[in-house]
Design a protein around this ligand. Sequence first.
Ligand SMILES: [Zn+2]
Length: 127
Amino acid sequence: MYSAILLDHFEHPRNTGDLPEASVRVRVENPVCADVLELSLVVLDGKIDDIRFKAKGCVPCVACASLLSELVRGRLIGEVTVTEAELVNGLGGLPPASTHAAQLALDAFKKAQLEAARIKISAARND
Ligand SMILES: [Zn+2]
């Protein structure tokens, strides 16, 4: 049902955990199957210096968050875009019932991007 790549991300998730020094922290939930995903990011000069995730949810939810963290790490938070197709293809395919997992990871990252932009604007105002 799941690809070998997807199962590898689930069994050996990349970048799990929490960053106490995170500059951006977000949490999203998916009521469909009660997935909860938290991202913490350290952003330095606009670049995602480090990213960690904590996921409580289904197998593809963990795998999507794991792949997402790899795709965005080291990139500019204001510029990087990840698509659902990139996640699905990068995991060797997702069962149709599991596309919500890709969406959840993308929603979380979008929220982190908005939060990073908001922090930047308020920091500029305080200068
Ligand atoms: Zn799920």
